[in-house]
Design a protein around this ligand. Structure first.
Ligand code: B1M
Length: 210
């Protein structure tokens, strides 16, 4: 029986060795990688967020938990494949300027890659003009913007506006996501779509490509 609670607790305790051991033990019991990710790891990061907010955890500890999470995601990556996909396309993904959060964005990128799309993951703290440049350079059909901070959400609108001003708006679909982002916000800023998590982001990208 996989012990998701122990996994969550080990992540919150920043005990990377323990959390990796528990992830490997769960895999050896054929526990689905999606359950490990959602019930063990993401649940742990949610608690980390609450502790960060209440002042019970500080940035260095949050970074240690994030690193442990990232290393577990590397283990799960080959097992999170969605299965064969008939559609494929070119996607550009990045976290908007001012925002350094990348775990969720990297999961979205991974799910899209697993679904057969070519994904250019251009990192964090990406300025609107850099998104525009990369859309041109990579000939992207879809651009995905990620933001985890309410303070960086306006940068999503600036990025959408920069894409419009560059004349590329008709050539590229724009998707947005990240914990504080909503469908209403996506509509307000003129994006083509919003996805609340990595799985639905991948599905939405496929439907926008078709
Ligand atoms: Co930050 N942080 N952080 N942080 N951090 C949050 C987001 C926060 C909610 C914590 C809290 O206070 N409760 C809070 C934001 C509050 C707000 O604005 N409403 C916060 C804050 C305040 C800050 C700082 C300002 C703290 C400070 O310095 N005082 C600072 C800002 C730095 C900056 O960016 N300029 C900061 C820094 C950091 C660390 C660097 C320490 C670290 C990031 C490490 C890293 O990413 N490499 C960190 C972390 C780890 C978090 C929490 C704890 C976890 C985020 C995470 O990785 N979640 C977070 C609390 C929380 O979210 N519970 C928090 C797991 C991940 C799988 O989920 O990213 O939501 P998520 O991604 C999901 C979906 O949102 C969606 O799919 C993903 C997978 O299902 N999705 C997309 C994401 N992007 C998408 C793009 C798409 C579609 C879907 O495109 C189409």
């Amino acid at each position: 029986m996989a012990d998701f609670n122990a996994m969550t607790e080990a992540l919150v305790a920043c005990d990377e060795a323990k959390v990796i051991q528990l992830v490997n033990a769960a895999l050896s019991e054929n526990v689905p990688a999606f359950d490990i990710l959602n019930k063990g790891l993401i649940a742990g990061m949610d608690i980390v967020g609450e502790k960060m907010e209440s002042g019970d955890m500080f940035i260095p500890e949050v970074l240690m938990a994030a690193q442990a999470m990232g290393n577990c995601v590397k283990i799960l990556k080959p097992l999170l494949k969605e299965g064969e996909s008939s559609s494929s396309g070119t996607v550009l993904i990045g976290t908007v300027k001012g925002d350094l959060h990348d775990i969720g964005k990297n999961l979205v990128a991974m799910m899209m890659e697993s679904a057969g799309m070519t994904v250019h993951n251009i990192g964090v703290d990406i300025a609107p003009e850099e998104f525009v440049k990369q859309i041109k350079d990579k000939n992207a059909q879809i651009v995905c913007l990620s933001a985890l901070l309410t303070t960086t959400m306006p940068m999503m609108k600036k990025t959408v506006d920069a894409i419009k001003e560059s004349g590329l708006r008709e050539k590229v679909k724009i998707m947005v996501g990240g914990a504080p982002v909503t469908q209403v916000f996506a509509d307000e800023i003129g994006a083509d779509g919003f996805a609340p998590d990595a799985g639905s982001a991948s599905k939405l990208a496929k439907s926008l490509l078709n």
